[in-house]
Design a protein around this ligand. Structure first.
Ligand SMILES: NC(=O)c1ccc[n+]([C@@H]2O[C@H](COP(=O)([O-])OP(=O)(O)OC[C@H]3O[C@@H](n4cnc5c(N)ncnc54)[C@H](OP(=O)(O)O)[C@@H]3O)[C@@H](O)[C@H]2O)c1
Length: 211
């Protein structure tokens, strides 16, 4: 059984954890507020464990389900412990003050900024940033399978996350190299900005339809 650590016990920790919970993955939830991690691990069941953000990281795949600044903080502090693991960045680095832009440099992305703070060779995969938490928790929207767009420069890491997404019942879509995270993060922001127009209350999904 492969081990996955989810850092963050909020909406996305719950959403991704709900999809992965079962007999295929051994889940570990870490959060600054240990009670939040424990609560989510109990909710996910199937032997999920919980701890604080300074505890040993058990997963081969580590999902950063934190705000963007929290992800930067976590990889800056725990970088050495992430060597040999696959880091999954799900963040949308939205400027919440204006809700009009991203806070990342225009020629970069959260995923690239996170990668730059990790020791050389630790692969970063961008995924899940275009799927809303509630849709992950329910696992579908109007009977439609969720699309998860995946970008990375490391083909082996991308393959691992692709398999994880597939075995959790979602459709992985290869979005190319890590620099595509720039477009994925703008797409994630656009999806949020469209919620009033769509009237979907963060219950919509980005889905690509092809013949
Ligand atoms: N919500 C969505 O639908 C959605 C969709 C796509 C992408 N995203 C992205 O997913 C990320 C998480 O969103 P969310 O809605 O799950 O947020 P959330 O509900 O606020 O949960 C954030 C979690 O991160 C933890 N955290 C905060 N600072 C941290 C740090 N420095 N180190 C480790 N953990 C830290 C929090 O800890 P405590 O429990 O101790 O407070 C909390 O458990 C964000 O980057 C967001 O842009 C969200």
């Amino acid at each position: 059984m492969s081990k996955v650590t989810i850092v963050g016990a909020g909406n996305m920790g719950r959403g991704i954890g709900s999809r992965l919970a079962g007999d295929k993955f051994q889940l570990q939830v870490l959060a600054p507020t240990v009670e939040h991690a424990t609560g989510l691990a109990d909710e996910l069941g199937n032997g999920a464990t919980a701890g604080g953000v300074d505890d040993p990281i058990e997963g081969e795949v580590v999902v950063l389900a934190t705000p963007y600044d929290g992800a930067l903080d976590f990889v800056s502090r725990r970088g050495a412990d992430l060597t040999g693991k696959v880091v999954v960045d799900i963040t949308n680095p939205v400027d919440w003050a204006s809700f009009d832009r991203l806070v990342t440099p225009h020629d970069s992305s959260a995923a690239q900024e996170i990668a730059a703070r990790l020791p050389p060779g630790v692969p970063v995969v961008k995924a899940f940033n275009t799927t809303f938490a509630g849709t992950l928790t329910s696992g579908e929207v109007s009977g439609q399978q969720l699309d998860v767009l995946i970008a990375s420069d490391d083909e082996e890491a991308k393959r691992k996350v692709t398999q994880l997404v597939e075995s959790a019942g979602m459709r992985p879509v290869d979005a190319g190299p890590l620099r595509r995270a720039q477009q994925l993060e703008h797409l994630g922001f656009l999806h949020m900005a469209l919620q009033d127009s769509l009237g979907s209350g963060y219950g919509s999904a980005v889905k690509f339809v092809s013949p």
